[in-house]
Design a protein around this ligand. Sequence first.
Ligand code: PLP
Length: 400
Amino acid sequence: MRNLRENSKVLKTVSGFDRIGEENAFAVLARATKLAQGGMDVINLGIGQPDFKTPQHIVEAAIKALKDGHHGYTPANGILEAREAVVRRTLSLTGTEVSPDNVMIMPGGKPTMYAAITMFGEPGTEIMYPDPGFPIYRSMIEYTGAKPVPVPIREENGFAFSAEETLALITPETRLLIINSPANPTGGVTPKAEIEKLVKGLEAHPHVAIMSDEIYDVMTYDGETHTSMLQHPEIRDRLIVLNGWSKTWAMTGWRMGWSIWPDGLIDMVRKLAVNCWSCVNAPSQFAGIAAIDGPQDEVAKMLKAFDQRRTRVVELANALPNVSCAVPKGAFYAFPNVTKTGSKAKELASDLLEKEGVALIGGPDFGILGEGYIRISYANSLENIERAMKRIDKYLTENS
Ligand code: PLP
């Protein structure tokens, strides 16, 4: 038999792969599942996926597509009807016109990060990303050899990014700026005025491309509204917008995303698709059309439930000993401050899982500035949220 360990001593892989990181939410999910299989009653507030089912009419559309014979390759950028559906949705949500020629149907949200970051990152360049932020941004930047430049996301700014702080970090080497609102892991929503300030400031830096991750665009609360970067025509020629079906229509496992690219870049990403995944699977694309064009009442129901849970999570988190929790305005995460508990956030998260059966994520898994915070995903029932928060309360009371 081949000795793989010995073999690995002689295999030489590229250094970029040593720098690829992880999304710890998946590791926590695996550990939580293992503990549950061992008989522990685990409550999962760790994973970032809606606990709702994909609406039935969307599932039916995929089944019909298969029965109708849509099981072959599609164009690499996606079938025209799916791209046109994205165009319609973009117009109705943001009031902006885009051409289906600038739309890519992607196998989820993450591949747009991969495409944009590998398109701009190489040694000697810089890519800016939010910290705390979605961990894959930094991981992929590291992979390319570009210098990752964290843009601080601060609680005192309501977890919105600051245009001034962002602009001050731009250098001649900056190639790409990644922004995300509504944000994971903080639930922060950047106000329109701050986005306008950023766009104005970017006029002085025409060498910087922007990737705006807007995957939580409809998930805003308390009258807050999402401002799409598409609403700023002055940066459209260097703007990539990441979006997708995963969160809004509870379709994480379908691997369906889209992105909008400027004329100068769209053919590059199409070629990448041809080389890597050919196209997104055909029935999922038909499901995607049904999601956008069909009734949105299930989405509305889900958003209403998220809003109720958000209020309850914040209330319960603020009642925990030595914990304070800002009110998140978007997505489905709360990001309580646990600095005063005296515990390191990752140790606290690990103890809560191992000892109390509550899965959540330590803030440092989202960046250096995540220390002192934990991320609670409220994509779980109110009943489970209440049970989990009781356990956290017990743990903090016993360990303070
Ligand atoms: N962008 C953000 C901010 C996310 O939180 C996530 C998933 O958690 C993604 C993108 C990735 O979405 P997908 O599962 O469609 O790849």
